[in-house]
Design a protein around this ligand. Sequence first.
Ligand SMILES: Cc1cc2nc3c(=O)[nH]c(=O)nc-3n(C[C@H](O)[C@H](O)[C@H](O)COP(=O)(O)OP(=O)(O)OC[C@H]3O[C@@H](n4cnc5c(N)ncnc54)[C@H](O)[C@@H]3O)c2cc1C
Length: 422
Amino acid sequence: MINFETPSVIERSMVMMKMMAEGMIRPISRQYDENEHEKPWDYINMVWETQKPMNKKNLDRQLGRGKPTEEKPKEKKEKRPPIGYMLLAHVVEMMSWGDAAIYLCTPDAGLGGTAIEAVGTPEQKERFLTRFTEGEPKWGAMAITEPGAGSDTAAIQCTATLDPETNEWILNGEKIFVTSGLMAAQESDGFVVVWATVDRSAGRAGIKSFVVDAGTPGMSVTKVEEKLGIRASDTASIVFDDCRIPYDNILGSPEVQDRKKTKGFKGAMQTFNASRPIVASSAIGVGRAAFEFVKTELEKNGVEFPYGAPRHKLTAVQRDVMDMEAQLKAAWLLVLRAVWMADMKMNNPVEASMCKAKAGEAVTWVTQKAVELMGPLGYSRKLLLEKWMRDAKINDIFEGTGQINKLIVARRILGFRSAQLK
Ligand SMILES: Cc1cc2nc3c(=O)[nH]c(=O)nc-3n(C[C@H](O)[C@H](O)[C@H](O)COP(=O)(O)OP(=O)(O)OC[C@H]3O[C@@H](n4cnc5c(N)ncnc54)[C@H](O)[C@@H]3O)c2cc1C
């Protein structure tokens, strides 16, 4: 049964996260928005240093390692349900309340790590993720989108060919709009998880994911985007030109078992069940920043918010602000359900897409309302409201656009396959 109380361990972490978001992230928000290709190195290095021991503990737990059993008999503790994704959702929401783009600069295995968690073997999890605890790498990225394949991931053209002589995969193709692509592909700083096809004629069944270490010859960053929002985060184009990687860097099975079945592809798609609720959490953090700012400003100017009063007795401004809050809370409840299911290892594609679609729409609307309600001041660069409005829209685009996530929900609820409902 889902429990709506926030676990105390999360509440405690949030006290620290709020201090960090308020004291470290928010103050540098404007600076790194204005200077798009600069990196907040002070913040990155500080987080990296403090994060290392935490990473190690978490990974040991995930990989079933730990201290040798102590001699004295342990008291039997009540088994607590896992809260990994639940905690992550809260952390990301709070950091994005500080600044969503700077949150994306935080050293982390990122979406690449989520992919390895979702489809990697225990040996691959150990090999690729443990390195995070040992100093390098610092960033993971996920490269799916191509010039001719965005929403339609099955149209991927990037190829992975096995060289039987050296037993290496050779990657060829171009990936665009890779979040943290520059950081992850830079020499010794990270890895990129790349989706490529081992057999174009097999369609979806031929698509597999591969881990490419930073600095691998044949992988190069060809462009860093200039963007509307989340400007502190780098978004890169990466070209693979006869890029050779070890055979064991394929995630999951290399076999294209049955051309009609898409088991491998479905495995790769599972990554989204974990990542979409986290993107939704980030969206809600941005929305909450805008909502709280506006509500506080209006209260300072004597506007009251009589919760429970009949709607027809409210002013337009009161109604707008209450609707902003309701939209964000509705999206957050959907996130909680999706991450709770992920923690329980339940299949959650509908819930993951639902919360992502709702949060993307909610944050776009809420931040626009916030600018509108503050008038010219909302539009001015003096405040962060205009920035939050720019940062909001990406949540309705990456990790599946709003339309695509709604399509996924509709297919699942109505029982249609993708070929039947396009
Ligand atoms: C800042 C940024 C960061 C990104 N980070 C990453 C990343 O880390 N890794 C990565 O792989 N990609 C990333 N992307 C790419 C992103 O995931 C894609 O842009 C997105 O999936 C949409 O694909 P597309 O751009 O090709 O648009 P298209 O698929 O061409 O879609 C264009 C429009 O048509 C709509 N549409 C398409 N098909 C349908 C349909 N069947 N029904 C209704 N509407 C439809 C879409 O919703 C959209 O509005 C990023 C993009 C941006 C802007």
